[in-house]
Design a protein around this ligand. Structure first.
Ligand code: ATP
Ligand code: MN
Ligand code: MN
Length: 292
């Protein structure tokens, strides 16, 4: 990526000074500027994928919060509607295909972007697996780091590559690229059994069921991001949470130095991109293999 050559968009930002993260002073215009900086890195994970969008028209301190999978009134024309081939008569889904689409999301107060794990070129064959590590309240951050390494080892043992990112919330996401071959049921079953195996081997540490009761001291290995229609927050997407955190792709080598799940924010990402111009997920799609 060349930060000195950001993409341009003709999509008009109305009220560019509107505050999306008021405590941090992050405006609509600042959000658009951030996405221009990361666009080339982010594009493969958001373009041509069905999207679920968290839209907060009055910013993160406002009362309106819509988790949106379908068009809304007055939606910008750069956000496309697309029919789900398995749901011919159903409400259309949403997609963007270029930087104008991303700016249209900013204009529409979309503060979180959650894509499906596949593109609309091959709906029924996912091109990634997302293992979402959800620590309970009393889990130390170092335990989350160990869990990510454990998931990586198990994915690699099955011949898959593994990449890691902060969630921008409470945990980490370990993501494997797939050559689009296996269907949703197979991919979800695979993710489920990986989670169950971890919980069976270390029941004092890991959980493979969403039961909240036992969560406190455990890390829930949330495999449920992998069903048809399920989503996970996109790499580089902001989160609608205090501090304006983003879901940040990392190098495995730097993981131990990362202070927490929300360590990267709109405030410090520009600095990071300058200091580490190499894309930590640069090989993501080249590393894709079919799930066997
Ligand atoms: P954390 O690290 O805090 O777990 P996360 O991104 O892993 O962050 P959530 O933000 O809790 O987890 O979201 C998990 C998934 O649930 C999202 O990827 C999204 O698909 C779905 N989701 C999030 N918010 C909503 C909502 N308001 N309604 C329905 N589904 C949602
Ligand atoms: Mn999570
Ligand atoms: Mn989860």
């Amino acid at each position: 990526m060349s930060p000195s050559n950001p993409p341009k968009s003709d999509v008009a930002l109305t009220h560019p000074d509107r505050l999306y993260w008021p405590d941090e002073g992050v405006t609509k215009q600042a959000l658009a500027a951030y996405y221009a900086q990361v666009w080339r890195l982010m594009a493969p994970y958001v373009v041509n994928r069905p999207l679920a969008l968290l839209r907060l028209p009055d910013g993160i301190k406002g009362h309106q919060r819509f988790f949106q999978k379908h068009a809304w009134k007055g939606m910008n024309a750069h956000i496309e509607e697309i029919a789900d081939p398995q749901d011919g008569d159903g409400e259309k889904l949403l997609r963007i295909s270029d930087f104008d689409g991303l700016v249209a999301l900013v204009q529409s107060a979309v503060l979180e972007i959650h894509p499906w794990g596949t593109t609309t070129d091959h709906w029924e064959r996912p091109d990634m697996i997302t293992m979402d590590l959800d620590p309970g309240e009393y889990v130390a951050w170092t335990a989350v780091l160990s869990a990510a390494l454990e998931v990586k080892a198990r994915l690699e043992a099955r011949g898959l590559a593994a990449f890691v990112k902060t969630s921008g919330g409470k945990g980490l996401h370990v993501v494997s690229p797939l050559a689009p071959k296996a269907g949703w049921a197979e991919v979800k079953d695979f993710a489920h059994s990986l989670a169950e195996n971890m919980a069976a081997d270390r029941p004092e540490t890991y959980l493979a069921t969403a039961t909240k009761a036992k969560r406190g001291g455990h890390i829930y290995i949330d495999y449920l991001r992998n069903g048809r229609g399920n989503t996970a927050v996109a790499p580089y997407s902001t989160r609608a949470r205090p501090g304006a955190p983003v879901s940040m792709p990392l190098d495995w080598q730097e993981l131990n130095a990362v202070s927490g799940p929300a360590a990267f924010t709109l405030d410090n990402v520009p600095q990071r991109l300058k200091a580490r111009p190499k894309d930590p997920w640069g090989d993501f799609f080249d590393a894709a293999v079919p799930l066997e």
